[in-house]
Design a binder for this molecule. Structure first.
Ligand code: NAD
Length: 514
């Protein structure tokens, strides 16, 4: 049987994208409010462009406070019925959304590539992961209200959970489709209604999600999507009194702003923020597997990944050899068109982000580090925002390239002496999202895992997500945890109900004095 060559697959991806992009361009992107696609009240729009070649992909409705208000009203109205929908019926609906995502996984993948610059090899899986997020939380609908019975001598003390109300979900532009389902699916499973404000640099698949959810039968007003800028639509969402909580994924500084904006209405917040995650490679590790993981965890997804291991801490005794092998691998990474199945690194999301990543080349040199590989923009197909995968050596932990989140295919190598040294360097940053440890000594692995200031640690592994486990960061990397039952802690209120056995003594006041 004939096998498709990579060239055929590239062309097939282009052929799939072409009619979708033509429709996008002619129809534009509106808000989805109360089950209808609508323009902004102001009539304002903005253009979304492809990072591949700068082509305008669509004119997008630019939301402001009045659009958020309409969406929040729709979500409030819909909440009254949605919270009463039985767990079984909700489960069925969320599975139907997952079916719709799966049916359109190939469309989602190519659109995400063109809108964000992410390579197809990763985006093909991202759409499937998004469907899994919906299925996982669909199956948890039946547990959402579960609580505890903590009886005392004369009471049964029962806790139960109720959905908190309409919530806001604000998402970033890196793997936007998958990420947004991760926040939206548990909210819907909990019985909340949602107003989603996707990132202004990646509106395309957020619109598709809203339309697929509607087609799958999600009632009007349960999932509303308002496009626009963070300081306009995003800010208004965080300030709206009908919105009870904000699930936010994005930069740490934006998280601080949202906390301040939400303070007057006492918003509950859940933050998944930035990272400068260490991967620590000890001399006794399986160095071949460690090398694969090191390369994958910073150069996949264009390095635009919160959990990327952007600092390699390598033990001095093996540093030269390990860096030599690493250098060879980084030099042969394939930068190219995101729809090309051979591509490992596509163009970065936006010219401003490209400029930010490139600014770290000078910063590295100024601080005295060495750019061992890369360090320049890359001349890729379409002339878009390509950058060379970059490896910085000769760094120490106080340098800016060892402290700041670059959020691109940019790895800083820092040698260390021993276990204590590694822990100090790893913890010496403001962030605390993930840590990766490679060692053959299980005792050491556990000691280091315990000492690292990070919400998630992988021992002898890259980041492999398991949906029931807690996902989130410490320090400037976040507040709260996602995943499994942890998501329900955020989207639900825990209510205590106490039932008396009728035996306890009630103090009697106001009796006539004897
Ligand atoms: P960003 O903070 O600039 O924007 C994220 C979202 O917030 C966008 O939708 C934006 O419009 C909105 N926003 C901006 N200002 C706002 C305001 N004042 N009020 C309300 N909303 C506002 O982040 P980004 O550049 O889109 O994404 C990259 C960042 O996201 C990186 O720091 C990355 O580490 C982080 N991230 C974290 C995780 C995690 O799980 N910890 C996952 C993915 C991305």
């Amino acid at each position: 049987m004939d096998k498709a060559t990579p060239k055929d697959a590239f062309q097939a991806n282009r052929d799939r994208a072409a009619p979708l992009l033509a429709r996008l361009k002619s129809e534009g992107i509106g808000h989805m409010i109360d089950g209808k696609t609508v323009p902004s009240v102001s009539g304002q729009t903005f253009e979304t462009k492809s990072p591949v070649d700068g082509a305008v992909l669509a004119s997008v409705a630019r939301g402001h406070a009045e659009d958020i208000d309409r969406a929040a009203s729709a979500a409030t109205q819909a909440f009254k019925a949605w919270r009463e929908v039985s767990a079984a019926a909700r489960r069925k609906l969320l599975h139907r959304v997952a079916d719709a995502i799966e049916d359109h996984a190939d469309d989602i993948a190519v659109l995400e590539c063109i809108d964000t610059g992410q390579a197809h090899r990763f985006m093909a899986k991202a759409a499937i992961r998004a469907a899994e997020n919906f299925r996982f939380f669909a199956d948890k609908c039946g547990e959402a209200r579960d609580g505890l019975n903590t009886p005392s001598e004369e009471h049964w003390n029962i806790s139960t959970r109720v959905p908190i109300g309409p919530v806001g979900v604000i998402t970033p532009w890196n793997t936007p489709f998958m990420l947004s389902t991760w926040k939206i699916a548990p909210a819907l499973a909990a019985g909340c209604t949602v107003v989603h404000k996707p990132a202004e640099w990646s509106p395309v698949t957020a619109d598709l999600l809203a339309r697929l959810a509607k087609q799958a039968g999600l009632p009007d007003g349960v999932l509303n999507t308002v496009h626009g800028f963070g300081e306009e639509a995003g800010k208004a969402l965080t300030e709206h009194p009908a919105i009870k909580a904000i699930g936010f994924v994005g930069e740490s500084t934006t998280g601080s702003a949202i906390m301040a904006q939400g303070a007057p209405t006492l918003k509950r917040v859940h933050f998944e923020l930035g990272g400068k995650n260490p991967v620590i490679v000890f001399e006794d590790a399986d160095l071949d597997r460690a090398l694969d993981a090191v390369v994958f965890m910073i150069y996949s997804l264009n390095g635009e990944r919160c959990t990327s291991s952007s600092r390699l801490l390598v033990q001095e005794s093996i540093a030269d050899k390990f860096i030599e092998k690493l250098t060879a691998r980084v030099k042969t990474l394939k930068v190219g068109h995101p729809l090309d199945p051979a591509t490992e690194i596509g163009p970065l999301i936006h010219e401003r982000h490209l400029a930010k990543v490139c600014s770290y080349f000078d910063i590295a040199k100024k601080d005295g580090a060495t750019i061992a590989v890369g360090g320049k923009p890359h001349d890729g197909p379409g002339g878009g925002h390509y950058v060379q995968p970059t490896l910085v050596t000769g760094a120490h932990s106080k340098m800016r390239v060892a402290q700041e989140e670059v959020f691109g295919p940019f790895l800083t190598v820092i040698p260390f002496k021993d276990e204590q040294d590694a822990i100090e360097i790893a913890n010496g940053v403001q962030y605390g999202l993930t840590g990766y440890v490679w060692t053959g000594d299980m005792g050491r692995a556990l000691r280091v895992a315990d000492a690292l200031e990070a919400g998630m640690i992988w021992l002898n592994s890259e980041n492999v997500r398991h949906l029931p486990t807690p996902f989130g960061g410490m320090k400037a990397s976040g507040i709260g945890r996602d995943g499994g039952d942890y998501s329900f802690d955020f989207y639900m209120e825990t209510k205590h109900v106490s039932l008396a056995r009728g035996t306890h003594k009630i103090q009697r006041l106001g009796l006539p004095s004897s």
